[in-house]
Design a protein around this ligand. Structure first.
Ligand code: SF4
Length: 543
């Protein structure tokens, strides 16, 4: 292929995960191809529009006639990816290469290849170098991080290689108001032990040693560029922004200091931290004070909101998850972050197939007692079990020991998870009750959460404060009601849960409806808001 190949990159959107945000992987690859290979790259990011845009994608491919079409297959988009591929390949040259990437493509590579034919390729994990080598015309067999079908139909995986983060390139985005944008300081996770985590499968070996940082100047340049384009907020896509050591945390601070020197007003930043990057029982008093003081400086450098991967407040469940942190460390980390003035959002997975009613009580008591329900991302998350993850092995071990089967054999292709039933009958009947109401709750909570969670304003502009208050109230009401249910006798828990959800959902819906109706017309016209309003209207009629 020549050095000026045309490439179209498309970020796919799913109605199951309503949000308006950048598909950062697409922006990163677009930047790499443009800066390193001088490729002519066109991007259509459907997630940034908050809707599927099949006709636009078809028109773009028909007009550009690209040598390569890259489809980012995010959660919920497996079937859509296959459907869109069929329509796109009808309007491009037969020589056009279709490349699928993203989390879903990585894990379902073989399914995607079989569904889309022998000429398709799947990128496993990070895609910048693989796409660049493909565009340069190198043989697919020599390109790292690829999966493809051999002539005899056998599936072939090429060698894995982490992308070299010192290669100078910046993400390319089509910037527009109201979209949540992402940047990166690192790839991988310095902890890399959590039993349920997908990270280990996305990375090469899933080890903490694969955590690596972009050069500080590169991190700063991306922030400066976003600020110069008028963006007032950005979210770090990193799983573990500060890493495991004082050195890695200092590296991020250096980047933010460089950026702050250049921009007149620091860009507001949201980021995910591990509990141990805030405080750890292994830190000396000196190290703990130094870390707290660095976090204070991060606040002045623009860090606004911290996503903290707490997941559980039950010591036995934390052990199953191998989170590595204790409940005391969580409490301390939360105290430090709130005292400094960060907004907080907790990652939270109270349900896993081996959990007990006692563990659930511990979890929800913790939230209520520490007044943290309003900051919890979603109160009723059930653990997603990915095939071959450490947690999958753990449940298989349980099944063998107990001679009972919990796991289903098929993977949901849109969520990558294995279905299961709970080991405890009481938890199972509580989960059954939850499943009866969760889809209705999700229609209200998920879009509200995504519209209000990031940055200073996002798509909502000045209406965001009211929206955020409403999400907090919704979570608090749900937590209090659920804890009251959990405190009943085990036999009464499930019917009481039914009753609580039945009463509460229409009340919450009426509040959401009143809020959407108060929004300016331009916001109310957004697809995600229109759908939310319609769902809230339907639900509130049950009052
Ligand atoms: S801290 Fe987060 S990214 Fe790291 S292993 Fe645990 S769940 Fe995965």
């Amino acid at each position: 292929m020549s050095t000026r190949q045309k490439v179209v990159l498309i970020g796919l959107y799913s109605d199951r995960y309503p949000a308006i945000g950048e598909t950062h992987g697409v922006s990163a690859i677009a930047g790499y191809l443009g800066d390193v290979c001088c490729t002519d790259v066109r991007v259509l990011d459907m997630v940034a529009k908050g809707q599927q845009q099949s006709e636009l994608a078809i028109a773009l491919c028909r007009e550009v006639q690209p040598a390569v079409v890259g489809l980012s297959v995010t959660y919920g988009t497996f079937d859509y990816a296959v459907e869109l591929w069929a329509r796109l390949q009808a309007v491009v040259e037969s020589s056009t290469r279709f490349v699928f990437g993203g989390a879903l493509a990585t894990f379902l590579a073989e399914d995607l290849l079989r569904a889309t034919g022998p000429d398709s390729l799947v990128v496993i994990g990070e895609g910048e170098e693989a796409l660049a080598m493909l565009v340069r015309g190198e043989s697919v067999k020599t390109i790292p991080n690829l999966c493809f079908l051999e002539a005899d139909g056998a599936v072939r995986y090429t060698a894995r290689r982490p992308v070299d983060l010192t290669v100078p390139y910046l993400p390319r985005r089509v910037l527009q108001k109201g979209v949540q944008y992402y940047t990166e300081a690192s790839r991988g996770c310095s902890w890399a032990h959590c039993t349920f985590c997908l990270r280990g499968l996305l990375d090469i070996k899933g080890r903490g040693s694969e955590y690596r940082q972009f050069p500080a100047e590169r991190i700063a340049s991306d922030l400066v560029r976003l600020a110069a384009s008028g963006m007032s907020s950005v979210t770090f896509a990193d799983e573990d922004l500060l890493g495991a050591s004082g050195k890695t945390a200092e590296h991020v601070a250096t980047a933010l200091r460089i950026a702050q020197k250049v921009v007149s007003r620091p860009i507001s930043v949201d980021a995910s931290l591990t509990v141990h990057s805030v405080c750890s029982r292994r830190m000396t008093t000196y190290q703990r004070e130094a870390r707290t003081s660095l976090l204070r400086e991060f606040r002045t450098l623009g860090l606004r909101k911290v996503f903290l991967g707490v997941e559980s407040a039950s010591s036995t469940q934390l052990k199953r998850y191998a989170k590595g942190h204790s409940i005391e460390e969580v409490e301390q980390a939360v105290r430090i972050l709130l005292e400094i003035g960060f907004e907080l959002e907790l990652g939270w997975i109270p349900f896993d197939p081996l959990c007990t009613i006692g563990e659930l009580r511990d979890n929800f008591t913790f939230l209520e007692y520490n007044q943290l329900a309003s900051t919890t991302s979603y109160l009723f998350n059930e653990l997603r079990i990915q095939r071959e993850s450490k947690y999958h092995m753990l449940v298989k071990g349980y099944e063998e020991r107990m001679g009972s089967r919990l796991l289903e054999s098929t993977v949901d292709r849109n969520t990558l998870s294995l279905g299961y039933r709970y080991a405890s009958e009481s938890v199972q009947s509580l989960a059954d009750s939850l499943h009866r109401f969760a889809p209705r709750l999700r229609k209200l909570h998920y879009p509200m959460k995504n519209l209000t969670r990031f940055g200073e304003a996002g798509a909502l502009g000045e209406s965001i404060d009211h929206g955020r208050a409403l999400v907090r109230e919704m979570r608090q009401d749900l937590c209090s009601a659920f804890l009251a249910v959990l405190q009943s006798k085990e036999a009464e828990i499930s019917p009481k849960a039914d009753e609580a959800f039945k009463t509460l959902l229409p009340v919450l819906a009426a509040k959401v409806l009143a809020w959407t109706r108060s929004l300016p017309t331009v916001t109310r016209d957004l697809e995600i808001v229109r759908r939310l309003e319609s769902d809230a209207a339907t639900e509130s009629t049950l009052l």
